[in-house]
Write a protein that binds this ligand. Sequence first.
Ligand code: HXC
Length: 315
Amino acid sequence: MTPPGLDPPPPPGASALPAGTFAGQVVVVTGGGTGLGKAIATEFGRLGASVAVVSRDADHRAAGVASVLAAGGSAGGTALGVACDIRDADSVAAAFSEVEDALGPIGVLVNNAAGNFPSPAEDLSPNAWRTVVDIVLNGTFLCCRELARRAMAAGRSAAILNIGASYAWTGGPGFAHSAAAKAGVKNLTETLAVEWAPAGIRVNGLVPGLFPHEDEVAAIAGVPGRDAGVDDRVPALRVGAPRELGWAATFLCSPYASYVSGHTMVVDGANWQRRNALQAPFVPIREQLERGPFDPDGPDHVRRPRPPTTPVEPD
Ligand code: HXC
């Protein structure tokens, strides 16, 4: 029987690469304690890496460490939670030192930490704009810079993976701040790949499509209708499983991708390229987000409660 849509992925616990591919390697995953960051960190653990889960939140760090250890326990790696606010260069430097003191030189950096919430652009406060750009673009740069300086000083090679979003290419109505920042991240990936290749540092990007997970932040989970009929919204006729992103991430940072640099890979079942022969009727973003008319005297934004989460297949 031919299934409609793309084939399901191999089962949880499978790896895309040979066992032990990252044995003896130190991998930093920012935002590695929740959602897709945790799935990526876990996949590195499964392949034997020593993984540093870098996050502002102690509970998130603990969750990431537990997941990496559960997957990687028998593969010889370890896991460590490290506190850091990636917007702060001193905090980044201190976190990287803590990782290297405990685990050894960092060979792989996954810039996954992000901040995001939906809002019509005209409702964004200056600080709301600044906060998201600061986490997504400035934080990514600060972490890239920190790793590169350490690797260059020691004469070591390294791999960096920047997590992006497909609205970096298209714009993202309702997410002007995040889309602009992610466009910057994609562009930065391309610049750094060229600048740092002579030093043995590869820099790539990875863009997730629809990957439901239990840690989705309330503001995004609260986008009206977000949970309904998700499989029907993508050409693949199914959403992604977080481990599919983990496999792509580990490949791009592995020796098997040794000649891949400056590339941003999209893992979304071709969703971002879809276009109907005739577009559906246009709905302005305020209506999509169920906001009333713009009120210049109103609050800058409306926060939405988190709807109940849908259980997802474990990885
Ligand atoms: C409008 C908001 C808001 C909201 C915060 N702000 N939430 N504005 N709508 N829902 C405003 C605040 O009012 C404030 O501005 C400014 O943003 C900073 O908010 P803080 O809460 O003080 O900042 P901070 O504690 O640093 O938190 C950052 C955060 C938070 C981004 C707001 O949500 C966070 O830390 N998130 C981390 C996890 C995350 O967001 N992951 C999602 C990644 S998903 P004022 O003017 O009031 O001071 C992703 C994929 C993209 O990126 C694809 C999805 C479609």
